[in-house]
Design a protein around this ligand. Structure first.
Ligand code: PLP
Length: 383
């Protein structure tokens, strides 16, 4: 008999919803045409692409013309940063971000440092929050961009982006938010946030992998960065991923509809938190109140490495990841937890359980029952 598996790593990638998958099928075979072609195959693909753009715009409170399809969250973050840098080049070379950002933001910024830019990495508090006054103090006359994630991918803390945008706007500084973990999980409206640039990724909310979106406020953004056939209104050349865009849009539409049952997901998450905190030496990481509905994250004392725990869990069919999630080197201390002030030993001993609407109360109960002995087993490993 094969062992039942319980999937609690939805923040790394989530299963494509049946509705999204169904919507994508025709664009692989029947309506596979190139959206730039004039004939009926091309027209059908073009129509679907524009309908997908309209749906995404509606979900985010944007205009269709402000939605650009890309290959995922990483590309969206990279394009946002490059656009801002090009647009504000006459103003200066200073950028402000947080030390808790995803590497899809940190690495392109480090690349810019090598080209003579200065980057200030803000330090959050122990809960992962950034104080608007800390941002205010970091802004300089030559600051051109602030990039702060709406919600953190490791601990799930949600930032007060409108308050942070207000500070940046006083100095006329562009604002980008990586909303990859937030969109599809909490209501996101680009106008309410006040941001100029926002990044999302399909596979984080039951859409397909390899497709994402950059929202960019027109008319001055975004700046073109891939040159060729002039697709995506000249900004990002390359034949569009029509099935991907369709799947992302349908998944997003569905996720927004599912907000009505978000309380059930929050109750599951809280049950998981409560159960896990009964383990001696377990500590919840991130903001206990302003946190994503789908993320429960912890550190464990006397655990040498997250890898020991993830492996012990995997042996009994529980699939989760650590605080270095989304990085190939799961063995490393999480840079997010380190930035939040956790000592190295705890930053190496983290666990992220990320749920979805497909998880059941029974699954959560099983996890709570199994976890104490698995943590003990993992602790033994390092002795
Ligand atoms: C906050 C955040 N930004 C960006 C990304 C990268 O997204 P993608 O996998 O679509 O490139 C991730 C993926 O884990 C993420 O969590």
């Amino acid at each position: 008999m094969t062992q039942p598996r319980i999937y609690l790593d939805n923040a790394a990638s989530s299963p494509v919803s049946p509705l999204a998958l169904e919507a994508m099928w025709p664009f692989f075979r029947a309506d596979f045409g190139n959206p730039s072609a004039i004939h009926s195959y091309g027209q059908a693909a073009k129509k679907a692409l524009e309908e997908a753009r309209r749906k995404v715009a509606l979900a985010l409170g944007a205009k269709s013309s402000e939605i650009f399809f890309v290959s995922g969250g990483t590309e969206s973050d990279n394009w946002a940063i490059q656009s801002a840098v090009k647009m504000a080049k006459a103003k200066g070379r200073h950028i402000v971000t947080s030390a808790t950002e995803h590497n899809a933001v940190i690495k392109p910024l480090e690349e810019l440092v090598g080209q003579g830019y200065a980057v200030t990495f803000l330090r959050p508090d122990k809960l992962g929050r950034i104080d608007p006054s800390a941002l205010e103090a970091a802004l300089r006359d030559d600051t051109i961009l602030v990039s702060l994630a709406l919600a953190n991918n490791v601990v799930g803390t949600i930032l007060d982006i409108p308050a942070l945008v207000k500070v940046a706007k006083k100095k006329k500084v562009l604002f980008h938010t990586d909303a990859v973990q937030a969109v599809g999980h909490i209501p996101v409206n680009v106008r309410d946030l006040g941001v100029d640039l926002l990044s999302i990724s399909g596979h984080k909310f039951h859409g397909p992998k390899g497709v994402g979106v950059l929202f960019a406020k027109l008319p001055r953004l975004p700046h073109p960065y891939i040159f060729g056939g002039g697709q995506e209104r000249g900004g990002r050349s390359g034949t569009e991923n029509v099935p991907g865009a369709v799947g992302l849009a349908v998944a997003l539409e569905e996720a927004v509809r599912e907000f009505r049952s978000i309380d059930a997901l929050i109750a599951l998450r809280d049950r998981l938190i409560e159960g896990t905190l009964k383990i001696a030496g377990a500590e919840l990481t991130g903001d206990p109140v302003n946190r994503l509905p789908q993320i429960a994250s912890f550190v464990f004392s006397a655990l040498k490495s997250s890898v020991h725990l993830i492996n012990a869990m995997n042996e009994v069919g529980l699939c989760a990841s650590s605080g270095s999630a989304c990085s190939a080197a799961a063995n490393e201390a999480s840079h997010v937890l380190m930035a939040m002030g956790y000592p190295n030993n705890l930053a190496r001993a983290s666990l992220r359980l990320s749920l979805s609407r497909y998880n059941t109360p029974k699954e959560i109960q099983t996890v709570i029952e199994l976890l104490p002995s698995l943590v003990n087993k993992a602790r033994e490993k390092g002795r």
